[in-house]
Design a protein around this ligand. Structure first.
Ligand code: PEP
Ligand code: MN
Length: 347
């Protein structure tokens, strides 16, 4: 099975902490097919008094990386001033953070600024589990003419979620996909996990879903990171995680033949099942005619009781659940009664 989770890779540190840190990370990742090298330069912090990013100074480092490695670069923008600076600098992609997406005023203002530019815009889901807020933000950028627009699933604040930093609530990105099938949706397990130990499990789940790429936070020395130290991974681990996704994919490719074969068998068995039902309903019709000529009632409770008990016994013999077998025969019996009643419209 081909996973689309690795179709687009956005990799890089949570925050740009120094020119050197960006260069070490980019160098370590240079063999991977990166779509965008990411680094936050204006950091949205929940509480004041923490590292808030190096701003304009870090923008210059990011541009140096772009030039040195010929890598498209991306950063988060949350205000008019950030967007202006990013557009002036020629940043290739800006992402809208989970705390900005829920504000339609800010989104409208940022969307207006993208008009007539070639900047790509990736919109993270809002912190709250509201697919319409996410959709609304995306629609505003779409209406402003953004050509490369995508969504990023980074999980949702949830008091019920104790293990992960944010609850994945997979149904929400799936609902967005249903509403807007052509829109690429990337998965950001770093901000869902909050701790790198949960990344493999999240990736295993995400690869079964129709994601179109991955955003992963990578830092040369995560334990010294100024933001999100627990969830960032070293470049070597990042490569292993990505390799695992593609290896499993290759492994699945060999199972694909087997799957197709089994499905063919299912198709033939289903045909046989329907042929058997056709034969059965042919007998049902003959019985119906007999009932008509002998003036017997179509529905005969004793027969139905006997049939039910007998089929219940058969369920064990064929290793099928009793509930399933009874439901199946209720359905078949109902259809038999309907067909026989149609022969006897007056009954
Ligand atoms: C980030 O990607 O660094 C970030 C702050 O993301 P989010 O908006 O998902 O919290
Ligand atoms: Mn982060």
């Amino acid at each position: 099975m081909f996973t689309t989770l690795t179709s687009q890779l956005i990799l890089g540190p949570c925050s740009a902490e120094s020119r050197e840190q960006l260069f070490i990370t980019a160098e370590a990742l240079k063999d991977l097919p990166i779509s965008y090298f990411r680094a936050g330069i204006w950091k949205p912090r929940t509480r004041p008094g923490h590292f808030e990013g190096y701003g304009q100074e870090a923008l210059a480092w990011l541009l140096e990386v772009k030039k040195a490695y010929n890598l498209p670069v991306a950063t988060e923008v949350a205000s008019q001033q950030h967007m202006e600076a990013a557009l002036d600098a020629g940043i290739d992609m800006v992402w809208i953070g989970a705390r900005t997406t829920p504000n339609p005023f800010t989104i409208k203002c940022l969307a207006n600024m993208t008009r007539g530019t070639s900047v790509a815009v990736y919109v993270k889901n809002p912190v709250n589990a509201d697919v319409n807020l996410w959709l609304g933000a995306l629609e505003r950028f779409h209406a402003a003419g953004v050509k490369e627009l995508a969504a990023i699933h980074r999980g949702f604040t949830s008091p019920q979620e104790k293990r992960l930093r944010n609850a994945p609530l997979w149904d929400i990105p799936l609902a967005l996909k249903n509403q807007w099938p052509d829109l690429p949706i990337l998965h950001d397990p770093s901000h869902i996990a909050g701790n790198k130990r949960w990344l493999p499990g999240l990736l295993a789940e995400a690869k079964r879903l129709p994601f179109n790429g991955l955003m992963l936070e990578v830092h040369p020395e995560p334990e010294k990171a100024l933001t999100d130290p627990n969830q960032q991974v070293r470049p070597a681990l990042c490569k292993r995680l990505i390799d695992n996704l593609t290896q499993n994919t290759a492994c699945k490719a060999s199972s694909l033949k087997h799957l197709a074969h089994l499905r063919q068998q299912i198709d033939s068995l289903d045909s046989l099942l329907l042929k058997t039902l056709q034969d059965r309903f042919e007998r049902v019709a003959r019985i119906g005619e007999l009932k008509q000529t002998t003036n017997m009632q179509v529905y005969q409770p004793d027969r139905w009781h006997e049939l039910r008990e007998h089929r219940k016994d058969l369920s064990g013999k064929f290793h099928l659940s009793e509930a399933f077998v009874l439901a199946l025969f209720e359905c078949i019996h109902q259809e038999s009664v309907t067909q026989q009643s149609n022969l006897h419209p007056e009954l």
